[in-house]
Write a protein that binds this ligand. Sequence first.
Ligand code: HEC
Length: 113
Amino acid sequence: MRRAVGASLLHIAAVSGVFGAMPVAMAQDDGARIALGRRTAETACAQCHQIDAKGKPGNAGAPSFEAIANIRSMTELSVKVFLQSPHASMPMLHLSTAELDGLGAYIMSLRRR
Ligand code: HEC
């Protein structure tokens, strides 16, 4: 009985395209968000953080974005929350929702898979 329910849910998902069209749309969207995040990082973050493997080393005390991305508990959401809360050692930056979103996506794209 259980098995039959599971199978029919899967069927609904397949028919409604959940496994089909969505990953493609998301991949394109992610590319644009990452590109915006990367540009924002160059102007707003690179004076303190090393923003990619080839970038200049950041200030003492400011972790590299790669190190941030590889903190186990880090997610896009926690990057965005961090950027919207005041911190003693980091200035409050005034970023648009799109920039925040892009920075979350860009930083997390540096996570080693
Ligand atoms: C004036 C220097 C400065 C600038 C500019 C700056 N940061 Fe930081 N940032 C720091 C320092 C120092 C820390 C470490 C101290 C801390 O965690 O509060 C930090 C910590 C962080 C962390 C948290 C890492 C953790 O361990 O939780 C994130 C995420 C982050 N920065 C992202 C950014 C992003 C994205 C930008 C650009 C929009 C940015 N920072 C701009 C100095 C800076």
